[in-house]
Ligand binder design. Structure first.
Ligand SMILES: NC(=O)c1ccc[n+]([C@@H]2O[C@H](COP(=O)([O-])OP(=O)(O)OC[C@H]3O[C@@H](n4cnc5c(N)ncnc54)[C@H](OP(=O)(O)O)[C@@H]3O)[C@@H](O)[C@H]2O)c1
Length: 254
């Protein structure tokens, strides 16, 4: 259960090695989160992070194996294992994702499908397994990293954008279906964030940091929001871009 001040005390991260996830978890631990479960493809690589979080005040930090590309049955087993061992969880933060190689994916169906399956299909089965447990406990928040690229996929990265648009739509619907159950769903739409994922790419306008995204997430959780943009100005940029007529949209250098 969240504490008397409404702060998250326990969190499961799907994509536990993500830089945005780590910035968020650091901020949560600074605000008294005590139990942190980092689920990642190679949990053994997260030992230094676990030590850091313990040093910052988290009482229980563990890393467990999670691969979005695993079968739904494996995702169900993971959710049951974590919820059974740790009891109620206040937050499930979903940060796993791949940018992919747009040029390769445009011409190779297997490559495109792998991006879509990791970012959308695989996460959907993991998310449903977790939200079923939160529905049963009667409280909790699901926070999912979407992107502004989901709002209107652009020519230059439409495979990633489409995979995130699918995830974004699914999670919005899930949030509506969970209304009244005590479980809130927060969709996070950052723009360009300086992390491993974007290393070597030219920064887009309004580029930001994992810490700014983490701040937007904590603010959204505190308000019980359903959507946050990071930085917030992107909300207005995207509401214009979404309505640009296609002949003009095609001429934009994006
Ligand atoms: N950076 C940006 O500009 C930006 C903008 C908008 C949205 N986002 C979204 O924010 C989230 C976090 O990204 P980030 O910027 O923090 O990048 P990141 O540090 O590269 O994090 C991505 C994480 O996803 C994990 N992952 C990839 N494939 C996986 C799989 N099959 N199963 C489980 N985990 C998998 C990676 O784990 P490994 O260590 O095993 O590779 C990595 O920890 C992503 O969903 C991303 O799409 C990022």
């Amino acid at each position: 259960m969240r504490d008397a001040l409404g702060d998250v005390q326990s969190v499961l991260v799907l994509g536990g090695g993500s830089e945005i996830a780590l910035a968020t978890v650091r901020a949560l631990v600074a605000r008294r989160a005590r139990t942190v479960v980092l689920a990642a493809r190679r949990p053994e690589e997260l030992e230094a992070t676990a030590q850091e979080l313990r040093g910052a005040g988290a009482a229980v930090v563990e890393a467990v194996r999670f691969d979005a590309d695993d079968d739904a049955s494996e995702h169900l087993r993971l959710a049951d294992d974590v919820f059974d061992r740790h009891g109620d969880l206040d937050l499930v933060l979903v940060t796993a994702g791949v940018l992919g190689d747009q040029a390769a994916a445009e011409r190779d169906g297997a490559n495109a499908r792998a991006v879509v399956e990791t970012n959308f299909g695989g996460l959907v089965s993991a998310i449903v397994a977790c939200t079923e447990r939160m529905r049963a406990q009667g409280h909790g928040a699901l926070c999912v990293l979407s992107t502004v690229a989901a709002e209107r996929p652009r020519r230059s990265n439409f495979v990633y954008g489409a995979s995130k648009a699918g995830l974004d739509a699914f999670v919005q619907g899930l949030g509506d279906s969970l209304a009244g159950t005590g479980v809130n769903v927060l969709v996070v739409r950052p723009g360009f964030v300086h992390t491993r994922m974007t290393a070597g790419l030219e920064a887009a306008p309004l580029a930001t940091t994992p810490e700014v995204v983490a701040g937007a997430i904590l603010d959204g959780l505190a308000r019980g929001a359903h959507t946050v943009w990071a930085p917030p100005a992107l909300r207005y940029v995207m509401s214009v871009l979404r309505h640009v007529p296609r002949p003009i949209f095609r001429r934009l250098p994006i």
